[in-house]
Design a protein around this ligand. Structure first.
Ligand code: NI
Length: 251
């Protein structure tokens, strides 16, 4: 898929080069007067055709959607992240652990108040498929109840720990499962630049980025990722603004 992106870049570059050349020929023709009138006419037409294509592609580039998701918080770096998101006017999705929500109530409340989407990452970071369906649903329901008490939002999205989920859980717990498409393993590498490079290299329309706001390197990386990807024409959205996506599974 990256090849396709590179192809587009190359084609765009060629096209832009052609338009510029056509434009300068046009200018030369104008300066030379009527002798080159016929040539001028042809080049102007080609220039117009050439100009139409990139301007037609620009809106598409501006609507490339991408989602930042943060697991395992809230934690002690979440406030720093919220400050950075606010500065950049970017909304994200937080899949919080119930236990951490208990100990960082104000942070979670702030995240919700500032327009971020709050999702469920279980109460104790458990492996849902290793439990009975009834216990798993109770774990999710208790977490939803806590999040509702703190934020007034009742979560509909769940990020199951380790991505472990089943059709039985979908059928019984009535939550929408959200996986991810870009995983820089931030929790393991703890290196801001490597996290940023991995995400920027793999970013495409519809990507869901997985990060953990309990690590400072991940928070720093997230803010740098936003700056880099916005320059590349990406718009950051919450999971509920993503539209249909293979990583988002509704029952
Ligand atoms: Ni987790």
């Amino acid at each position: 898929m990256e090849n396709r992106f590179v192809m587009h870049l190359v084609l765009f570059g060629l096209l832009a080069g052609f338009v510029l050349t056509a434009y300068s020929w046009n200018k030369t023709a104008e300066a030379n007067g009527g002798v080159v009138q016929a040539v001028n006419h042809i080049e102007t037409e080609n220039g117009q055709d050439g100009a139409a294509a990139p301007s037609g592609e620009e809106p598409a580039a501006a609507t490339k959607k991408i989602a930042l998701t943060f697991d395992d918080g809230p934690g002690k770096y979440t406030e720093k992240l919220l400050d950075g998101l606010k500065e950049r006017n970017v909304k994200a999705t937080f899949f919080v652990i119930g236990l951490n929500a208990e100990s960082h109530r104000d942070t979670l409340k702030r995240a919700a108040e500032e327009g971020h989407l709050i999702g469920n990452h279980t109460y104790n970071h458990v492996r849902l498929i290793k439990m009975s369906v009834g216990d798993a649903c109770t774990e999710l329901r208790n977490t939803n109840e806590l999040i509702f008490q703190i934020t007034g939002q009742r979560p509909v999205y769940v990020r199951p720990p380790y991505g472990e989920w089943s059709d039985a859980l979908s059928g019984s717990c009535y939550m929408t499962r959200v996986l991810w498409s870009i995983d820089p393993l931030d929790w393991s590498i703890h290196n801001t630049e490597q996290i940023v490079e991995h995400v920027v290299e793999h970013a495409k329309d519809g990507s869901i980025i997985l990060l953990h706001d309990v690590f400072e390197e991940s928070v720093d990386a997230a803010l740098e990722i936003i700056d880099r990807l916005q320059q590349m024409g990406f718009t950051f959205v919450r999971i509920d603004q993503m539209g249909e996506n293979p990583k988002i599974h509704v029952n």
